[in-house]
Write a protein that binds this ligand. Structure first.
Ligand code: UDP
Length: 241
């Protein structure tokens, strides 16, 4: 029987902890233990991490001193810093992990080669995909969706600070209502910010379900993959599994 394969996306901010920037190794350690619980359950895992704890292109380019293209390359490099840290944390947890980057940096990582990535996954190695898509004007949400489709993942799990998708920002509005299941079209509507439009359109075109869940609830990701969708929201085509 084919093993389950998933792609988990963490934002860079998730690694920052209370400091709000940089990398909190305790959080990294927690994440790697969560990933280990998936691998121990025979699930093949790909990971994409953002770079927002270090730099975001849009922010770095906002006063025009740094061009957007360069700022985005800086953002992609930031994701590699996080990915190197994630690889170390996975190995510290006893996992085999490989880092592949969309921008070649051969002293640090393998280049992204789809067939090689799939082979690593088949061998039970965690594959971390760094440097986003390798192109400016994209986000790591889009990179995660793209890689998920390329490696044939069943689902993309966006591990966040909230336990699902709400009709309004739950941080700002105490009466925000959680939406357990929405369509891609609904996810594209303005007030719901699950992922950026490019990544949702790509997921929609390829019928890739997106699950949004709380990464800080221990065991949550494994439970979700095992079919318990109580503590998350799912974005998918109506009527599809
Ligand atoms: N980025 C990019 N192309 C990509 C992925 C990322 O240019 O394919 C840049 C972009 O500047 C982005 C930054 O890398 O702001 C960090 O990624 P992201 O903002 O998605 O990180 P997150 O919000 O998940 O921490």
């Amino acid at each position: 029987m084919a093993k389950k394969r998933v792609l988990v996306k963490f934002s860079g901010e998730a690694l920052a902890g209370e400091a709000g920037h940089g990398i909190d190794t305790q959080i990294l350690n927690y994440i790697s233990q969560e990933i280990k619980s998936l691998v121990d359950a025979d699930i093949e895992v790909g990971i994409v991490i953002g770079g927002g704890n270090i730099i975001r292109g849009v922010t770095a380019a906002k006063d025009g001193i740094i061009k957007r293209t360069s700022a985005d390359y800086m953002g992609m490099l930031a994701t590699v810093i996080n990915a190197v840290a994630m690889q170390e944390a996975c190995e510290h947890a006893g996992l085999d992990a490989r880092l592949q980057t969309a921008i070649k940096m051969e002293q640090i990582a393998e280049p992204y080669i789809n067939r090689r990535a799939v082979r690593h996954l088949e061998k039970g190695r965690v594959v971390i995909f760094g440097a986003g898509t390798g192109n400016p004007f994209f986000t790591t949400d889009t990179a995660a969706t793209l890689r998920a489709i390329e490696i044939g993942a069943e689902v993309i799990i966006k591990a966040t600070k909230v336990d699902g998708v709400y009709d309004r920002d739950p941080v700002k509005f105490s009466d925000a209502v959680k939406l357990p299941e929405i369509t891609y079209e609904e996810a594209l509507s303005e007030h719901i910010k699950v992922m950026d439009d490019t990544s949702i359109a790509l997921a929609k075109d390829n019928n890739l379900p997106i699950i949004v869940c709380d990464m800080n609830k221990k065991g949550n990701i494994l439970e979700i993959i095992n079919g318990n969708l109580e503590n998350c929201s799912i974005v998918k085509n109506k009527g599809k599994k």
